[in-house]
Design a protein around this ligand. Structure first.
Ligand SMILES: [Zn+2]
Length: 484
């Protein structure tokens, strides 16, 4: 009797179990990906190495972007045949920052908050993936859409006890010997928002050609050392994708030209950071976040097409330094409903809208009904002809009017991330709430981040591990370590 029961249980459980094991192994087994047609594995060590870092990009940010952009095939990174997750804690804090996390990704070592590629007590420099690649005769490129001396890119070419030492960090670009810096300007090379002489002179003396704008970048020829930057703001960063300027150089352009300028027989290492995903998350602006993930993914797509030409020699790893904002797809206002497609009605970033509000406050020429007109144009709020869910309730109008009065009193408030103007914050929060998006914090969180990999050695990135293991796996897979 007991045996027959056991047999019956086994008859159901064994196929179930083997099915489970099969699905677990095939999900990260190097089986070809339906969307890329790519194998996760190939025999030779890769000589073209890409590390993409979405700053602040947790799994929810990826899912949000996919949903807002129109479904599961919207992003290239999620089409990669291998995926994993990485823990992110710093040596001295559970919730990390970009400097400690960037150091982990760049060197394979934990360090303390705010430290750039040095050990925790700042007594020694830590060798970075980029430096190891350079020492092996590969070319090296560092790309970011925030300032090129911001924490994440800095962790690959500089060593500093504090990420705030922007000038000292920027000068280390010149002594790095790297071949290509692309994206934003250097915050440490700006005085009152304008380039100061010292950094420019040092870069030129060290053999770098400085390039601003599209035609300069397109005309640059391989073999030289370049620092290329686009139209930047007062902090040296490129603009948000949602704010337009389609002719402006974006992360994908700097990646495409970086590949062209770095390509050579000995190979290259390129780090590409999508730095403004984090900034949009600090501001709890979901629409801007989704568009920044899209922008980042477009740069990934550029590397993916290079991979297709060199599938046995290329490794692409895409990950994040940490999550930011505690983003949730779901909130208490909408319960089990969610309408992320409503975020498509937002046409400006929180930053660009706050700049508008500041002008209104200065000129005192915009009434609350006029402000509501702008809310309709730039956030879709109140425009029921587009979607009935965009209707503003009486309470919502009242809350917006209070925020408007506060903005006018304060003169618009700050526009930097996290220090929001009251009306902008209220409008973004109202649209987020209707879309079914929630935020837990305006700071980072300690959740694990996703890792996507494709190409030679990609299989090493299966499973869950620590962020320091990502650098170790790249060093091992590409045989960058000393004595190999
Ligand atoms: Zn951050």
């Amino acid at each position: 009797m007991r045996n027959s029961v056991l047999r019956r249980i086994a008859a159901v459980a064994v196929p179930l179990l083997s099915c489970l094991v099969l699905s677990l192994t095939s999900s990260c087994s190097g089986a070809s990906s339906a969307r890329t047609g790519a194998s996760a594995e190939s025999p030779s060590p890769p000589r073209y190495l890409f590390l993409f870092i979405g700053d602040g990009m947790g799994a929810a940010q990826v899912k949000l972007a996919e949903t807002v952009l129109g479904g599961e095939n919207a992003l290239r990174m999620t089409s990669f045949p291998v995926s994993g997750t990485a823990s992110t804690h710093a040596a001295d804090r559970l919730i990390t920052g970009s400097a400690a996390a960037g150091t982990a990704l760049a060197t394979g070592h934990k360090t303390t908050i705010g430290t750039i590629a040095k050990n925790g007590d700042h007594s020694a420099d830590l060798k970075t993936l980029a430096e190891l690649s350079r020492d092996r005769g590969m070319r090296v490129g560092i790309v970011s859409n925030v300032s090129i001396d911001h924490a994440t890119p800095a962790c690959f070419y500089a060593h500093a006890r504090s990420r705030e030492l922007y000038s000292a960090i920027a000068l280390q670009m010149a002594s790095s010997g790297f071949d290509y810096f692309g994206g934003g300007y250097a915050r440490g090379g700006l005085e009152s928002g304008r380039p100061a002489g010292g950094l420019v002179d040092t870069m030129r003396k060290s053999g770098y050609t400085l390039i601003q704008g599209r035609s300069g970048l397109e005309n640059a020829v391989p073999g030289g050392k370049y620092w290329a930057y686009g139209a930047y703001d007062g902090s040296g960063a490129l603009g948000y994708r949602i704010d337009g300027g389609d002719r402006r150089l974006r992360l994908a352009d700097f990646t495409r030209h970086g590949i062209r300028l770095l390509d050579n027989d000995r190979g290259f290492f390129m780090m590409v950071e999508g730095g403004k995903i984090d900034w949009a998350c600090h501001a709890n602006d979901a629409a801007t976040t989704a568009r920044e993930v899209e922008d980042f993914d477009e740069a990934v797509a550029v590397a993916l097409s290079f991979y297709r030409r060199h599938p046995d020699e290329t490794l692409i790893v895409v990950t994040a330094d940490h999550e930011c904002g505690g983003l949730a797809i779901g909130n208490t206002a909408t319960g089990y409903d969610s309408h992320p497609e409503l975020l498509r009605h937002q046409k400006l970033s929180f930053e660009a809208f706050a700049r508008k509000v500041r002008r209104w406050a200065e000129r005192k020429n915009v009434s609350f009904p006029m402000a509501l007109d702008s809310a309709r144009v730039y956030f879709g709020l109140g425009d029921v002809s587009r979607d009935s869910l965009l209707q503003l309730s009486a309470e919502e109008r009242k809350a917006l009017e209070k925020a408007y009065r506060s903005s006018m009193r304060r003169g618009g408030g700050g526009i930097a991330y996290g220090s929001g103007d009251p009306l902008t914050v209220a409008l973004v929060a109202t649209l987020n709430s209707k879309a079914g998006v929630g935020w837990a914090t305006d700071a980072h969180t300690a959740v694990a981040v996703p890792v996507f990999a494709i190409g030679s050695g990609a299989r090493a990135f299966c499973g869950s591990y620590d962020n320091t293991d990502i650098a170790k796996k790249i060093i091992e897979t590409a045989r960058l370590g000393s004595g190999k």
